[in-house]
Write a protein that binds this ligand. Structure first.
Ligand SMILES: Nc1ncnc2c1ncn2[C@@H]1O[C@H](COP(=O)(O)OP(=O)(O)OP(=O)(O)O)[C@@H](O)[C@H]1O
Length: 440
């Protein structure tokens, strides 16, 4: 079946005119075309991608890379200098929330004004109003002028309006995740509900884990250029590799990312279905390997020979939930490094960080490691997890001439599978040791 396009971005560029002095803007208007009183800044350059109906797509990039500019152009609050954006369906945008409110009017009046700007008639707003009020949860302030609100209160009310209006496409800038944590959770739950109902979401974030958690695909933007659009985990891995790359390696890495072949396959070898009798036994399956380990630029250290073993030293990658294992890797140093620490992280198939540990506190690393030295790193751990595939990251931190940096970092260095437990009632990912009890 042909996938329906919800948003189509074609060749979008944005050039801002920068005036050094406010009066230059006036001069430019008066002496139109005679002379240029501005310099041009290219914030976006020839961006093209499609978002399919029902898809959640993330936009990730460093500060100033052009994410907000792109969102504003798609939301229709900013014009592009070149290119086109086509959006199929009604759009609600969670951008600069509350900026559309009139401070002299009460919250209630602003809700009605906002609703009518969004194309709703009075009857429709009457119907939504109690839900908006309940979601915003600002009590009697709703009948006070908005100028008496704290900034958190305006955002809550503005979010409530946008969250309740019917829409097909939702545009969210995570930078607005203001307010207390409980309200933030409520906003995320609302966004998830919209996603589960088949809504299309465009989401900007600096947070790799939010992108991996929420998005099916992601767009990587750097200095106004779209480098890649692909599965979110792959894009986030490459984004992190890019931001941690030393500046002299960045251009080469960007070129590699531009040339990445986009594809859709899970990042794990499919393992043969085995007979039930063997399925509950800890063992090593040589087919069970990550397809691709992402290695960051190394700076003076190389991780090698990683393996998981039982406490008695038997190599395994089919593990039992709750049993104890050792994850071991070795690190070879090629440069003098100070305050050296090591880390590990367990992640789901979609790349969500579940938890890990470091070998010491930030200030208590190994004071000095010499070039030529090899260090064995071991983490004994209990994976309290539901049956399924998991991945391990490993990293070495230390101080070099560049300050504290990752000396080596590998994403998906190893994979393991938690075996199915007969009669297990565990749901989802983490096993919290829940003991159910019902009385009737
Ligand atoms: N109105 C404007 N006039 C001139 N330059 C602008 C304007 N708006 C944005 N820019 C510039 O365009 C670039 C992209 O800005 P944008 O806000 O889109 O980046 P961003 O990726 O959203 O950044 P952040 O992660 O910090 O929010 C920046 O260099 C910014 O300074």
């Amino acid at each position: 079946m042909e996938r329906q396009t919800a948003i189509s971005v074609r060749g979008v560029s944005k050039i801002f005119k920068i005036y050094n002095k406010p009066q230059d803007r006036l001069k430019q208007t008066l002496f139109r075309g005679k002379r240029r009183y501005y310099t041009e800044f290219s914030a976006l350059n020839d961006i093209s991608f499609d978002v399919y109906k029902g898809e959640t797509i993330g936009i990730i990039g460093r500060n100033g890379s052009g994410k907000s500019t792109l969102l504003q152009i798609i939301a229709g609050t900013l014009n592009s200098s070149k290119g086109t954006v086509e959006v199929n369906g009604r759009v609600a945008a969670l951008l600069e929330l509350g900026s559309g409110f009139n401070p002299e009017f009460t919250g209630r009046e602003n809700v009605y004004m906002n609703g009518s700007i969004l194309g709703l008639d009075k009857e429709h707003i009457d119907h939504l109003y109690p839900k908006i009020l309940e979601f915003a949860d600002i009590g009697d302030f709703i009948d006070q002028p908005v100028k008496t609100y704290s900034s958190g209160m305006s955002v809550r009310l503005a979010f409530a309006v946008q969250a309740m209006v019917p829409k097909e496409v939702l545009i969210v800038d995570e930078a607005l995740a203001v307010g207390d944590e409980l309200f933030q959770r409520k906003c995320y739950a609302k966004i998830e509900e919209f996603k589960n109902q088949g809504g299309t979401i465009l989401f900007v974030s600096h947070s790799a884990s939010s992108i991996i958690e929420l998005c099916d695909r992601a767009v990587l933007i750097d200095s106004g250029e779209m480098l890649l659009v692909d599965r979110s985990k792959k894009v986030v891995n490459l984004y992190q590799k890019l931001i941690y790359a030393p500046s002299d390696k960045r251009e080469r890495l960007k070129e590699e990312i531009r040339n990445v072949v986009t594809e859709d396959r899970p990042n794990v070898m499919v393992i043969e279905k085995r007979s039930n009798s063997a399925d509950d036994k800890e063992m090593f399956d040589s087919n069970l390997n990550p397809i691709e380990t992402v290695q960051y630029e190394t700076r003076g250290a190389q991780i090698f020979d990683s393996e998981i073993t039982t406490l008695s030293g038997e190599k395994v990658n089919l593990l039992k939930t709750g049993s104890r294992y050792v994850w071991r890797y070795y690190v070879n140093f090629t440069q003098e490094c100070y305050n050296v620490r090591f880390g590990m992280m367990i992640k789901t198939i979609s790349g969500l960080d579940l938890g890990g540990a470091a070998t010491s506190l930030a200030s208590e690393g190994i004071p000095l490691v010499q070039p030529g030295q090899t260090i064995k790193v071991e983490f004994t751990f209990s994976p309290r997890l539901n049956a399924g595939m998991y991945f391990l990251n490993g990293g070495v931190l230390g101080i070099t001439d560049d300050g504290e940096v990752y000396l080596d970092r590998r994403i998906d260095l190893a994979a393991f599978k938690i075996l199915q437990q007969e009669g297990s009632l565990i749901t989802s990912t983490v096993d919290f040791g829940v003991t159910p009890n019902i009385s009737y």
